[in-house]
Design a binder for this molecule. Structure first.
Ligand code: FCB
Length: 484
């Protein structure tokens, strides 16, 4: 009889057994139930009603109805074998008004955390995924320094309610979007287009982050994993022989990556952010007058983990190009006119570089992720990294009750390979969350872009795991990328 011992040899793994696998969502994108249990309106409830702001005029009133279907959704994650679930807490549920915490709103997250733990899934909490209570925006939003006090208050309320069971706390998700799409470009809530206001908002968001890390640390739980999630890019000149493109790429790197990385990991802002007088005036004054003594020390409070969201790199140009050669031109865009989210960056364009693109017309550049991870280690000496979002939108179709999405599956496979390549070069990456667990409300794109590994029928709310979910589930179970 032939011995079959090779069947029992350990497989070479691409990822260690300790690697954390999960999927991510955000409150406003999936919960619905916006008027229930005392939740007050957020800036997204307001902004989604601004004419032309959202493709299809959609809002998150119902979304995936997750608020009512949470146990089924957790069961689905368990079935897919996920070790962790990254979700966000809706601030307007927890602190709907200026008075006391809202018990009914907190109760939902209490149940969610218990459900997850019962299913053996680690809860990974994000405190702010963009749903600022509208009442605070009415008082100036992230341009008002007092909002940082309100954030700390909300964060502590949440920690006091869930901190006995949750060990992973992310302060902010992608503050770049909140600050620069929200206050400079106007693509996101609150939809303001006020130039250097984005820098002011970014500073206050980071201050709220640093203060919260400091406060949570004082709570003294040695097992806490405290951090922030940044969306980061690899900015390159569209044409390296064009000085205008080289300059545009530097400005994108500064205004997207370094505006957060420098203060958080080096405790300073680059001089170029402080001295460009034409573009960095807010309310008639240099924006950085909002930076007070001690702020940068607070912002650079050490964190335990860095969350990295990566979707694509950027090939920036400082010159005009025909509209149909610009990225994004192949998909419908919201009607409301917007401006560049880079203060003073109206000349920056992103022409096609000949790379493949997703269904949303976003470039696919997996090796950019490897380079980004190496840079984070080499230039910033960052703490352990978790990829907290990565994924792609495609127009999926249901055929005979199944959804086959090979393009999304290969997107994941390529980016996981890129992650593994960085790990092989010594970068400490400890986990990966797919964006997203399920199709959901994609901000200014409404329901037109499907990012889920689980398909959602918005009429019936039926969930169907796509073939990419099966791939992901297999990789999570085996730690092996391709069949060998
Ligand atoms: C990120 C957001 C997330 C989702 C993906 C596609 O910028 O954090 O909510 O919209 O993009």
């Amino acid at each position: 009889m032939t011995s079959r011992t090779t069947d029992h040899l350990p497989t070479d793994r691409d990822f260690p057994e300790s690697f954390l696998w999960g999927a991510a969502t955000a409150a406003y994108q999936i919960e619905g139930a916006t008027g229930e249990d005392g939740r007050s309106p957020s800036i997204w409830d307001t902004f989604s009603r601004v004419p032309g702001a959202i493709l299809g005029g959609d809002n998150g009133d119902v979304a995936c109805d997750h608020y009512h279907r949470m146990p089924e959704d957790v069961a689905l994650m368990k079935q897919l074998g996920f070790g962790a679930y990254r979700f966000s807490i809706a601030w307007p549920r927890v602190r709907p008004d200026a008075r006391n915490p809202n018990r009914a709103g907190i109760a939902f997250y209490d149940r969610l955390v218990d459900e997850l733990l019962g299913a053996g899934i680690l809860p990974w909490v994000t405190l702010y995924h963009w749903d600022l209570p509208q009442r605070l925006e009415d008082a100036g939003g992230w341009l008002n320094r007092d909002t940082t006090d309100r954030f700390v208050e909300y964060a502590l309320t949440t920690y006091d309610a869930l901190g006995d069971r949750v060990r992973s706390w992310t302060t902010m998700n992608e503050p770049w979007c909140s600050a620069f799409l929200g206050y400079t470009g106007g693509q996101h809530a609150p939809g303001r287009q006020e130039g250097a206001a984005g820098l002011v908002a970014a500073h206050h968001l980071m201050l709220a982050h640093g203060r919260t890390i400091d406060e949570l640390r004082r709570r003294g739980n040695a097992d806490d994993r405290l951090g922030i999630t940044l969306n980061l890019t690899v900015a390159e000149p569209f044409d390296a022989s064009e000085p205008a493109d080289v300059d545009a790429a530097e400005r994108v790197d500064l205004g997207f990556n370094r505006v957060f990385l420098d203060p958080i990991f080096r405790g300073k802002y680059d001089e170029a952010l402080l001295t460009d007088r034409d573009h960095h005036q807010w309310n008639g004054r240099p924006w950085h007058e909002v930076v007070r003594d001690g702020d940068l020390g607070v912002i650079s409070t050490p964190i335990d983990v860095l969350g990295v969201n990566y979707y694509h790199g950027d090939g920036a140009s400082g010159r005009p190009h025909p509209a149909d050669q610009l990225l994004g031109s192949a998909t419908p865009q919201p009607e409301r006119p917007t401006v560049s989210p880079y203060p003073g960056g109206q000349d920056i364009t992103f022409p096609r570089r000949g790379l493949p693109t997703t269904g949303q017309d976003w470039e696919i550049e997996p090796d950019g992720l490897t380079r980004l991870l190496l840079r984070l280690r080499d230039d910033y000496g960052v703490p352990p990294i978790y990829i907290t979002e990565n994924g792609a939108a495609y127009p999926d179709t249901v055929v005979d009750g199944t959804v086959d999405d090979p393009e999304r599956a290969s997107f994941f496979a390529e980016h996981l390979r890129a992650t593994r390549d960085a790990m092989a070069q010594g970068v400490d990456v400890r986990g990966y969350f797919a964006w997203s667990l399920m199709d959901n409300y994609e901000w200014a794109y409404g329901y037109s872009q499907r990012f889920g590994i689980v398909h959602v029928d918005y009429e019936t709310q039926e969930r169907i795991p796509k073939s990419s979910a099966q791939l992901f589930s297999r990789v999570a179970a085996t730690g092996v990328l391709s069949e060998r």
